[in-house]
Ligand binder design. Structure first.
Ligand SMILES: Nc1ncnc2c1ncn2[C@@H]1O[C@H](COP(=O)(O)OP(=O)(O)O)[C@@H](O)[C@H]1O
Ligand SMILES: [Mg+2]
Length: 279
């Protein structure tokens, strides 16, 4: 996939440290000086096994993690410790899509209400909000009459389309996608990943795309960073990371990803065992 022409850094994370408080005396350092950047209109992958700190980085961008060092710059502005009204205003520019389309949508609200809410809380007039909601439903390829229905009436993939539409209504410049297809079956994953790609082409939105699955990242991301135990161990063009990784952890991650071809699978299993033996 070719990278977008515009290479203005939209998001720059430098040396970010996050310490969770475990008890009065004990902290757990979940991010140990992480640096990553995302250009306007670009998709940057963040891969790593469960517990490596991927969601923590996403939460730090949204002001939801205890940052104790480093800096987050968005569009040239230091947003590391933004609070209150300034933080809320940033939601116009940075939105999020989570893994679980069941948990992230209020079941008591119609789809129309779910999508209009982020607009109405910022003072958009009802008629205009309805027009934007109709536009976004169309963008995510859901029928216009979805506005009258409830999230429970939709399949997992359709619910993720609703969550994506909700992230889009404020026309953000960056969406943090935290394992957005991990709860979906493989066929649905593929159609939702295609949707992410189409939306990026149409709107120029940038993604920080979190996944534990290198196969997913290979499909959508221009560049990829690999995280291991709170540190970035390797970063570069996605093709390089997924085809000739240099770091032994990335190599193991790649070999652990399932492949359809049984002969290749056997080769990879042998290579993986070899790597484990030498690790
Ligand atoms: N609120 C919290 N308090 C203490 N530890 C946490 C908290 N949230 C996450 N962690 C720990 O931080 C590490 C990274 O978690 P997370 O960012 O969720 O990883 P990932 O998204 O890669 O699976 C894990 O060891 C997790 O247990
Ligand atoms: Mg996570």
């Amino acid at each position: 996939m070719s990278a977008p022409q515009d290479t203005t850094p939209l998001l720059v994370v430098e040396d970010l440290v996050v310490d969770y408080r475990i008890s009065r005396k004990v902290n757990f350092r979940a991010l140990k000086g992480v640096s990553i950047d995302v250009n306007a209109g670009e998709c940057v992958g963040l891969v790593g096994e469960s517990g490596s700190g991927k969601s923590t980085l996403g939460r730090a961008l949204l002001g939801l993690a205890p940052v104790s060092g480093g800096k987050i710059t968005f569009d040239g502005r230091d947003i590391t410790h933004l609070k209150g009204a300034e933080r809320r205003k940033l939601a116009n520019d940075i939105q999020v899509v989570f893994q679980d389309p069941y948990g992230s949508l209020d079941p008591t609200m119609t789809v129309g209400e779910v999508l209009a809410e982020p607009l109405e809380v910022t003072g958009t007039k009802k008629a205009q909000a309805q027009a934007i909601v109709a536009e976004m439903l169309d963008r995510v390829k859901l029928p216009g009459d979805s506005v009258h229905r409830y999230p429970s009436e939709f399949s997992g993939g359709q619910r993720q389309r609703i969550a994506i539409a909700r992230a889009l209504v404020r026309r953000p410049r960056l969406i943090v996608c935290d394992e957005p297809v991990s709860a979906l079956d493989l066929t649905t994953q593929a159609t939702i990943l295609d949707l992410f790609i189409d939306l990026q082409r149409e709107t120029g939105v940038a993604y920080l795309f979190v996944s534990h699955d290198l196969g997913v990242v290979r499909r959508v991301c221009h560049r990829t960073s690999v995280m291991y135990q709170g540190e970035i161990v390797e970063a570069g063009p996605t093709e390089k990371i997924t085809q000739q990784p240099e770091d032994p952890y990335t190599q193991r991650l790649l070999l652990a990803a399932p492949v359809a071809d049984p002969t290749r699978q056997a080769e990879r299993r042998a290579a993986w065992l070899g790597l484990r033996a030498s690790a």
